[in-house]
Ligand binder design. Sequence first.
Ligand SMILES: CC(C)(COP(=O)(O)OP(=O)(O)OC[C@H]1O[C@@H](n2cnc3c(N)ncnc32)[C@H](O)[C@@H]1OP(=O)(O)O)[C@@H](O)C(=O)NCCC(=O)NCCS
Length: 150
Amino acid sequence: MADARVTVDLIVRDLLHEDLAGCAWTGSPTRLRFIAAALGRRSAGVVDYLAVCGPSDLPLGIGGVDYGRSPGAGWLWQVVVHPAFRSCGIGTLLVRSAEERIRRRGLGYAELGVEPDNTGAQRLYARLGYQVVVEAGRRGHGVVMRRRLA
Ligand SMILES: CC(C)(COP(=O)(O)OP(=O)(O)OC[C@H]1O[C@@H](n2cnc3c(N)ncnc32)[C@H](O)[C@@H]1OP(=O)(O)O)[C@@H](O)C(=O)NCCC(=O)NCCS
């Protein structure tokens, strides 16, 4: 066995319905249906849905922004990175790209909900500048974190 380092170019683009066949790694068929439903709402302008893709153009990480959930903010949700490609910075790239979409709409905050026991994700968001604004158990969706966008 030998250590090796491979550098690849990543792109961030809109997730398309055609991508769903390559997103089975995100979980159950139910989850894919949730994603498909979210993509359906994009045509109404209330959702952005992003994919980080490698050279094959297959999604390695995906995540949505809902503009209808929290006044003055974009709500990040369904953020997930392929298990084989975690801890490479893809989650960070996804979050920063989602924030850029929120900024372009003239909104001042990015918000998200995270399960109380998902300490890894909470640590990542805290490092990216998110602060807890609602503790777990209130408003029904775990911990709510928010970042003010410049
Ligand atoms: C949470 C999640 C999206 C993070 O994605 P990710 O691609 O692993 O995120 P990043 O790589 O940007 O950062 C994660 C870790 O990798 C490290 N990292 C970031 N860039 C790195 C790099 N270039 N090289 C090595 N490590 C790196 C970070 O230090 C971070 O470490 P931490 O665990 O101490 O926070 C991913 O773990 C996931 O899909 N989890 C399951 C679904 C989930 O929980 N989603 C969140 C719901 S709110």
